[in-house]
Design a protein around this ligand. Structure first.
Ligand code: GDP
Ligand code: MG
Length: 441
């Protein structure tokens, strides 16, 4: 696949913005990669279409081909879609006893995952958990959960022969209350295929338990069918999250994207084996890399972006050594501080700067303050930014008013810029060039 992509990329080595043709050419390969990873066809199509729109017109990093740039954009977008609203591994289990309902097809890994989650809740959150198997179809199924429960040191509801799933659910609810459990997990029966009887049963159980979480367990090797399973369970039962099992296998895990796209529900956990601790939080970045299977290209573009950043930093450094540190430079540093939640990279590299950064921190240099300072710089003209010494009273008044702030705040900003320019100049003149040294470190 990489070879094929290479072919596309060789023909496209211009710089500048991505044209629609660039994007379309690379997207053909992306689409193939998604389908090879078992992403369902309509989802792959929809994803390619939306990213094509986003990528067209995006700029191409120096020394990267347009095709490679597209792959990086696809990769980042894939992470975004998979990630959704952020970490999703914390289950809503306040107000004890909190019911969790496990649903899915037979053999998807429900029973195994039930025990794995119980173990995790017990060990990480110190919860008292009760497990109940509602699988009245397979005689061995209840026994299976009892054995796993024992293995992870979690109680299971005693088995009563002849009860229906609904009766067991009722008893589990009662027992969870009486027994003072924090959480009870209902492990339902599956079917080989979705059928009305299964859905009726799961709905009846849901109505009794009113689960806080309904987790759909899906085999990560499921291909095109993942969409049907997810749609069906979400429509009929209503799910709050997905667990993808068998991600320890060779599958590329395209089901993850299909499920996210179709249900919009978060993927909570990933099953990575039969052992009881083989359950991990969902890592969107890892799965994205696996689905796309173009890690080397993504790494290459990231590297090129880093190189570019270093080059930019070096260029800045040369200016600073000459004592050139104007409002544009300050703005760059402030923006970096904003982005990284700390000192800008240049400031971090310089011995003399750490003291100033400390002072800034002591002066209450927080996000809000940085935003205001950037607003002040934004309301200066280009000429004023390049030559802050131009700023006399009337200009100051205009700039402060433009940013909706006091002149005193502008004066503080000017003082800071001057101090930094002076420090840079001193460091630049020192023997051996401390700036350069710091830069190399
Ligand atoms: P259920 O029918 O949905 O309850 O599925 P089970 O929990 O009984 O699992 C079916 C089989 O899949 C068992 O042999 C499990 O050990 C195995 N299994 C479950 N989860 C995983 C997983 O994440 N990785 C692997 N390799 N096997 C798993
Ligand atoms: Mg089972």
């Amino acid at each position: 696949l990489s070879d094929r992509l290479g072919g596309v990329f060789d023909r496209l080595t211009r710089q500048g913005a991505l044209t629609e043709d660039d994007v379309t050419a690379a997207m053909r390969e992306v689409r193939t990669a998604l389908l090879e990873a078992d992403v369902s066809l309509p989802v792959a199509r929809g994803f390619v279409k939306s990213v094509t729109q986003k990528a067209t017109g995006a700029s191409v990093t120096k020394s990267v081909t347009p095709g490679q740039q597209v792959v990086k954009i696809v990769h980042d977008e894939l992470i975004k879609v998979l990630q959704g609203d952020g970490p999703a591994d914390s289950l809503r289990i306040d107000n004890p006893p909190a019911p969790i309902l496990m649903v899915g097809l037979q053999g998807s890994g429900k029973t195994t995952t039930t025990a794995k989650i119980a173990k995790r809740l017990k060990e990480r959150e110190k919860k008292r958990v009760l497990l109940a198997s509602l699988d009245t179809n397979r005689p061995a199924a209840m026994e299976q959960l009892a054995i796993l429960g024992k293995q992870v040191g979690v109680d299971t509801l005693p088995i009563v022969a002849g009860e229906s799933a609904v009766q067991i659910a009722r008893r589990a609810k009662q027992q969870a209350s009486l027994g003072g459990y924090d959480v009870y997990i209902l492990d339902t029966a599956g079917r080989l295929h979705i059928d009305a009887v299964l859905m009726d049963e799961v709905q009846a159980v849901r109505d009794i338990a009113s689960p806080r979480e309904t987790l759909l367990v899906v085999d990560g090797l499921t291909g095109q069918d993942a969409v049907n399973v997810a749609t069906e369970f979400d429509d009929k039962v209503g799910i709050t999250g997905v667990v993808l099992t068998r991600m320890d296998g060779d599958g590329r895990g395209g089901a993850a994207l299909s499920m996210r796209a179709v249900t919009g529900k978060p993927i909570r956990f990933v099953g990575l084996g039969e052992k009881m601790d083989a359950l991990e939080s969902f890592d969107a970045e890892r799965i994205a890399g696996r689905i796309l299977g173009m890690g080397d290209i993504v790494a290459l573009v990231e590297k090129a972006q880093q190189v570019l950043e270093v080059e930019q930093a070096e260029r800045m450094m040369k200016r600073f050594q000459k004592g050139m540190f104007n409002m544009n430079d300050l703005k760059g540093q402030l923006e970096q501080m904003q982005k990284m939640g700390g000192m800008g990279s240049i400031m971090q590299m310089m011995p003399g700067m750490s003291k100033m950064a400390k002072q800034a921190e002591e002066a209450g240099m927080n996000d809000q303050m940085i935003r205001r300072q950037i607003a002040l710089i934004n309301s200066m003209t280009r000429k004023e930014r390049a030559n802050p010494e131009l700023l006399q009273a009337s200009r100051k008044k205009r700039i402060a008013a433009g940013a909706g702030l006091e002149v005193s705040e502008l004066n503080r900003l000017l003082k800071m810029q001057k101090q930094m320019a002076d420090t840079m100049k001193k460091l630049g003149k020192m023997k051996g060039g401390m700036l350069k040294q710091a830069m190399r470190a």
